[in-house]
Design a protein around this ligand. Structure first.
Ligand code: KG4
Ligand code: ZN
Length: 329
């Protein structure tokens, strides 16, 4: 069974082909057009998707060494994401399904981030907790089965990826800032500066305060030393990143203890963060069984859409041609 997966929720145009659950190709075209703006410009993103989707899909089919008539079903990201971007993938997938008379499968992007863990063994057994951390979401998800998943904690304001990207913008680090903050932090002192951790009830998060604290901290220090950021970039990034990751782990540890679940997975773009990955491995030495996806399955990709599509196909979860893109799922 060949599934073609299409992903266009934000600023990556991606296509992937899977065969009976194994990934044969995984093509991602990242849009660099947003870089000068310090964030994704929605109108530019949808135009770039329109421009790239045919060639990206063509490459994915070609690299899988199949013909388009071999494809059994097409899965696509229905949401959440930027509506204009989602529309491109949704319309393309509907047209493809109609032309080839094959089933259509509408995939939830956040669910796909979680089920990216099932692409390669060893996958977590149910139940497990998944910390899903991306540019738009920060969630603790209780995964009881493929069809029974509950968001038990979420951010009340900024996502943690946004806290990385906005901090980078303040420091004039190009978008997306997360990977560069991660890189600078590797040779910095995480204990040099202190930033606040928001104390929010239950398993929820808040990241807007820490970002504002960073803004004021930099404003005060650059007032007396114009080169403060340049001279201390490594320590600032390490200290700020340490605060973000400690915040994530505090609630994850609370949820794990309260629910008695020690199987812990991470997913989404921020799951690529080397400090988060290292901190989790320390927790694994204590009592957690940790599941960390390959880097290419953390940031946005279509392999996770093809694979979740495959799992949905096995569950008979199909969409019809009236299906629409949804900015919020
Ligand atoms: O899942 P993703 O690719 O797209 C969304 O669905 O949002 O996540 C993108 C986010 C961005 O905020 C980016 O800065 C962050 O993931 N990110 C990282 C790292 N790699 C990507 N954040 C911290 N450290 C990284 N190494
Ligand atoms: Zn994502």
């Amino acid at each position: 069974m060949y599934i073609l997966g299409i992903e266009t929720s934000c600023d990556e145009t991606a296509a992937s082909v899977s065969c009976n659950g194994s990934i044969l190709s995984n093509v991602v075209a990242t849009q660099i057009v947003h870089s000068p703006y310090g964030g994704v410009v929605p109108e530019l993103a949808s135009r770039m998707h329109e421009r790239s989707i045919v060639s990206v899909t063509h490459q994915a089919i070609h690299q899988a060494n199949i013909q388009k008539n071999d494809i059994t079903a097409i899965s696509f990201t229905q949401g959440p994401g930027l509506l204009g971007s989602l529309l491109v993938g949704t319309c393309f997938a509907k047209g493809f399904a109609q032309a080839l008379h094959i089933p259509l499968i509408a995939v939830d992007h956040m669910k796909a981030h979680i089920f990216a863990h099932y692409i390669d063994a060893p996958a977590p057994e149910y139940p497990f907790l998944c910390l899903t951390v991306s540019g738009g979401h920060t969630q603790i998800v209780l995964v009881n089965s493929f069809t029974d998943i509950k968001v038990i904690g979420k951010t009340l304001d900024d996502a943690v990826g946004e806290a990385f990207d906005k901090a980078a913008k303040i420091m004039d680090i190009p978008y997306p800032g997360g990977p560069l903050i991660d890189k600078y932090a590797q040779s910095g002192d995480k204990n040099r500066y202190r930033f606040p951790i928001a104390h929010i009830p239950d398993y929820d998060y808040s990241f807007s305060g820490v970002k504002t604290a960073l803004l004021y901290f930099l404003r005060d220090n650059t007032a007396t030393n114009a080169d403060f950021i340049k001279n201390n970039i490594h320590d600032i990034c390490a200290s700020y990143q340490h605060t973000l990751i400690q915040t994530l782990l505090l609630k994850l540890k609370k949820a794990s203890k309260d629910l008695g679940i020690n199987r812990i997975a991470i997913a989404g773009g921020v799951a690529a963060n080397s400090y988060l990955r290292a901190q989790l491995l320390i927790c694994a030495n204590e009592h957690w069984e940790i599941f960390i996806p390959k880097l290419e399955y953390c940031t946005d990709n279509a392999a996770m859409i093809a694979h979740t599509g495959y799992m949905m196909y096995l569950n008979n979860q199909f969409a019809d041609l009236k299906t629409v893109a949804k900015a919020v799922m």
